[in-house]
Design a protein around this ligand. Structure first.
Ligand SMILES: [Zn+2]
Length: 318
């Protein structure tokens, strides 16, 4: 069973994706999720930094509605999930759990009440930024507006702790990352990030950050985007081996209980060789087996760790 912490499928749903057919150009659809043995996934409500605050709020709501629609149309193949216990109930019935995340806090504008409203409709993590600083925090792509979290962002972190929402630091600037490590009372997550020691992209996590995730009993989901896996993917295209290299490195620094899969499918325009879509996921675990990971360790990394960190974050809520 795989529980993937980041897929951008809601964006594709609004573009007309037929999630129920095995489309050749589709990275994510129901037949491929089944082939990939995916039992649960976070579907990200992604808003570009170019949208105005009101446009972002409307866009996020529309995507949440599109996810609701495919759950209804799926006749029991998909089910909503808001907590690990929902996942276990759905799993027992053979259903794929769809969790909602929000990528870019822009839809909450400058309102903690909007944050509460998005929590109410099922959003369980917020990736604080995308590729642009916003009212909450600085991003890795810019990183100059606030010097980390904004004053409002500090309130957001506190409220997310109270609600048991996961603070997602993928895309965050280094200073935003460290501000959240310091301020958050609950573990944090990086739902789709790789290791900077292996590929120097500014949005990848340094070894110090990976160690901090261990100390914070937190989580990183390894991203499959070729530009985060290797320095020059057009010259030396990565494959399964490079994905598992990043898993290995993260496990060495953050510990085997704090690493998972955050493929970023439907959010990446190129994919690693042999890993063209979510149906290819079992190849990652085959490669891990070859490298000596036990079945127990593979089940932690394929989904157990994400369920466990959700439980820890919920148990910190008030
Ligand atoms: Zn992203």
């Amino acid at each position: 069973m795989v529980f993937d912490s980041h897929m951008d499928t809601p964006t594709e749903l609004l573009r007309g994706r037929d999630i129920f057919i095995d489309g050749s150009a589709q990275q994510v659809d129901l037949p491929k999720l089944r082939r990939g043995e995916v039992g649960a996934a976070f579907f990200a409500l992604y808003c570009s930094a170019q949208l105005s605050p009101d446009e972002a709020t409307a866009h996020a709501l529309e995507m949440a509605g599109a996810v609701e629609r495919i759950i209804r149309e799926s006749k029991g193949e998909f089910a909503s999930a808001y907590s690990p216990s929902d996942f276990y109930i759905n799993q027992a019935k053979g259903k794929i759990s769809l969790f909602l995340g929000m990528e870019n806090a822009s839809p909450i504008q400058e309102s903690l009440d909007l944050l509460e409203a998005f929590h109410k409709i099922g959003v369980r993590y917020v990736t604080l930024t995308h590729n642009g600083d916003n009212s909450v925090a600085d991003s890795a792509a810019e990183g100059s507006r606030w010097g980390g979290l904004s004053p409002f962002g500090k309130k957001v972190v506190k409220r997310m702790n109270e609600l048991g929402m996961m603070i997602d630091l993928s895309h965050a600037s280094d200073r935003t990352f460290w501000d959240c490590i310091e301020l958050s009372e609950a573990p944090v997550v990086a739902t789709h990030s790789c290791c900077r020691a292996l590929c120097s992209h500014r949005r990848n996590l340094t070894d110090d950050m990976l160690r901090a995730l261990k100390d914070k009993d937190a989580y990183v989901g390894i991203n499959f985007y070729p530009y985060f896996l290797v320095e020059d993917p057009l010259k030396t295209p990565p494959g399964v081996k490079e994905i598992v290299d990043h898993i290995d490195h993260a496990v060495r620094l953050a510990g085997v209980e704090h690493v998972g899969i955050g493929s970023d499918y439907d959010g990446i325009e190129i994919t690693p060789e042999g890993m063209e879509n979510v149906g290819c996921l079992p190849k990652v675990f085959e490669e891990m087996r070859r490298r000596g990971y036990s079945e127990e360790q593979i089940s932690l990394i394929s989904g157990g760790n994400l369920l466990a960190v959700m439980d820890r974050i919920i148990s910190c809520s008030k």
